[in-house]
Every structure is written in C-alpha cells, then in structure tokens.
Design a protein around this ligand. Structure first.
Ligand code: ADP
Ligand code: MG
Length: 357
C-alpha cells in the first residue's frame, strides 16, 4: 500500500500539472472558437479526455488514501439526500432507488466530496450488477461494536460508527471475486467496460477516514456493502461551514500569482485576467517577494504553488504577510504536500485548490 501510495503521489504531482495545462488551454481556446467551427468539437474531445485522465489520477490518489481533503462536520443523511438526484441519473429508470435514512444519526467528520465518490462508485457497481429491473437500497444508521462483538465477527473494529450501506439485488459475487474486490484495476467487466478503480477508491477513502468496510455477497443473491465511518466526538465542535454555490463572478482585485511551471503560470494569468483581475506573476518565491516589496498598491490575494525549489508556499506566505498583513492566500497543487496538510487533511484555515482546475 505504501509503495503504491508513493507511486501514485509521484505520478499525480507531475501529471496533474500537465493536465492543468491541457485543460486550461483547451478552455481558453474554446472561448475563442465559434461553436459551429469544426475545431470546436475537437477541442471538446481534448477537454473530455483530459478530464477523464484527471479522474484517473484522482482515483489513484484516493486508493492511496492521499486525496487532499477538507473534512467537515456532516450529517450523512443530508449529504446522501443531496446526491439522490445525481444517483438516480446514474442508475437509470429500470432500477428503483430506495432510501432509508437512519434516525438521530450521529455526525461524521469527513470531506463531503468523498461521500459523493463513495456513493457514486457503489451505486454504479450495483447498477452494473443488475440486468433489467432491480432495486438499490441506500441505508444509514448508528452502530456500536464492543470488543466482545468484534472478537466474534471478523472484520469489525470496536467503536462507535455511522453506517452507510448500499445493497442491490443483482448478480452478486463469488468468494474469489470478493477476495480481490478492493485491488486497484481488478475488474470482471471485460476490457473497456470496467476500470477496476471503483472499489479501490472507496477502500482508500474509508481507510483515510479511519473507517472500515464489509462486503456481503453471494452469487445470485445480490450484494450489500457496509461502510462504517467513525462517529465524530469532541466537546469543541468545529464551526459548520456551508458550501455556498456562486456563479462565475468577476473581480478587479490584485492577485500575485506564483508558480514555477511557466506554462501553468502563463495560462492561469490569462484566465484570471479574462475575469478582470489585476495579475502580478512570479516564477519563484524570491521574485514574488521582490515584486511585493516594490509594488505600491495593495495586493489582495496570493495564489501560490505549494512545493517550489527555494521556498515553500507557506514560507512565502509568512514573508509576504510582513509586507501585506491582510493578504489572503490560496494554495494550489497537484498533490498534497505535508507543509499544508497532514495525512492529506488540510491544516485549519488553509485554502487549497487541487490541480487540475
Ligand atoms: P469496475 O466496476 O470498474 O469493474 P470496481 O472496483 O468498482 O471496478 O469493482 C470491481 C469488481 O467487483 C467488479 O468488476 C465486480 O466484479 C465486483 N463488484 C463490485 N461491486 C459489485 C456488486 N454490487 N455486485 C456484483 N459485483 C460487484
Ligand atoms: Mg465500479
């Protein structure tokens, strides 16, 4: 697991930088081309392919439990309810979704996008297991396992958990399939159909959040996947942060953009300029400090890469705060570096955007 994690992280960093350039330039080009022009369709294809690739690196990082996450205090019922529409579209009209929310559900501390990834992957698998009509049941509930119970039930870890369960009445799995189900790239769906990354993604996410998974399945009898996430317990509860959905806004503020990859620097500059911002660019932290020292107006926001040759993003931030005490900071990276996150969990108050964006 550790080696795969290192491998995934290594690939993800460089790969996400390149994908950032591909996606960004495709988008910039799309803005300049008439939708009826032949090139428009080609650009859309490039964009799709890059998005699919980005999804692949995201899944690899997930399997390695190395996604950058911003956990929030959540009611799973609320999150699942919010995704039911999307799940309905995924499973199609032949299959009946059944939603059984648990009562007085305990809270969990997890990144909501990871719940989306889990439920989407499990529902797609359930859909694929059903030929024709069928039923997919999503259930939540509280669960306590004591030492006694765990000694008698293989695969359980003592503690208090919130359960998320997805069941289907599809084809089920034999013992051999169950034994391999969490391995990355393990699939029974044939070439070009399955990627074999769904269950490994779920596994990595659950592990990153200190939970565990159980699989119940028999050929012809359907499948139930049970995910147990630790109950959130702490006296001082973190403030619940909502996720306001805002449309594309424009700005006039000044942004200092720091990125050692020149292609990405140029492209991001272009994009932000199109949105109306004043942009100062620097390819190294030293250059950024120089610019800041000479700049006579206010700089409102620093957008900076995290890992750079001579100084890290957080170190640069500290230096700039001495010049502009009110500057806001957004970190960008293709891969979480420990300087802003621990085990992938972002440090309190850190703002981060994952490349490619
Ligand atoms: P993929 O769906 O791309 O094949 P996954 O990692 O999501 O990859 O699943 C791996 C394999 O596990 C599947 O190919 C399938 O054989 C089996 N599987 C997973 N979920 C189910 C399910 N609900 N019912 C039957 N088989 C399943
Ligand atoms: Mg799958």
């Amino acid at each position: 697991m550790e080696s795969v994690g290192r491998l995934a992280g290594g690939i993800a960093h460089d790969f996400n930088n390149m994908l950032q350039a591909i996606l960004g330039h495709a988008e910039l080009a799309l803005n300049q081309v008439d939708p009826f022009h032949l090139i428009h369709a080609d650009l859309i294809e490039i964009h799709h392919a890059a998005e699919r690739s980005a999804n692949l690196t995201r899944q690899l990082l997930a399997f390695a439990s190395k996604q950058t996450i911003a956990p929030k205090l959540l009611d799973l019922n609320q999150i699942v309810e919010g995704t039911l529409k999307m799940l309905g579209r995924l499973i199609g009209e032949e299959i009946e979704p059944v939603w059984i929310p648990g009562k007085d559900l305990w809270l969990v501390y997890i990144d909501p996008s990871q719940i989306d990834q889990i439920s989407a992957n499990l529902c797609v698998n359930a859909r694929d297991a059903i030929s024709g009509t069928g039923k997919i049941t999503i259930e939540t509930g509280n669960a306590i396992f004591d030492d006694n119970y765990c000694e008698q039930h293989y695969g359980y870890i003592p503690g208090e958990y919130v359960l998320l369960s997805v069941s289907d009445n599809g084809c089920g799995m034999d013992q051999k399939t169950i034994a391999h189900v969490f391995e990355p790239f393990f699939t029974t769906k044939g070439f070009g159909k399955g990627t074999g990354l769904g269950m490994s993604t779920v596994y990595g996410i659950v592990k990153q959040n200190n939970g565990f998974i159980n699989v119940y399945s028999e050929p012809g009898k359907g499948t139930t996947i049970k995910i147990y996430l630790p109950r959130f317990k702490k006296e001082s509860e973190p403030i619940q942060v909502g996720t306001p959905k805002v449309g594309l806004t424009r700005g006039r503020e000044t942004i200092l953009l720091v990125e050692d990859d020149q292609a990405i620097l140029k492209m991001t500059e272009k994009m932000l300029k199109q949105l109306g911002y004043q942009i100062l660019t620097a390819q190294t932290p030293k250059e950024a400090i120089n610019i800041a020292q000479k700049y006579t107006n206010n700089i409102h926001l620093l957008i900076t890469d995290v890992v750079m040759p001579d100084m890290s993003g957080p170190e640069l931030t500290e230096r700039l705060l001495t010049i502009f005490p009110n500057i806001k900071v957004l970190f960008m990276s293709g891969y979480t570096a420990n300087v802003i996150a621990h085990q992938g969990v972002l440090d309190e108050g850190v703002h981060f955007i994952q490349k490619p964006f």
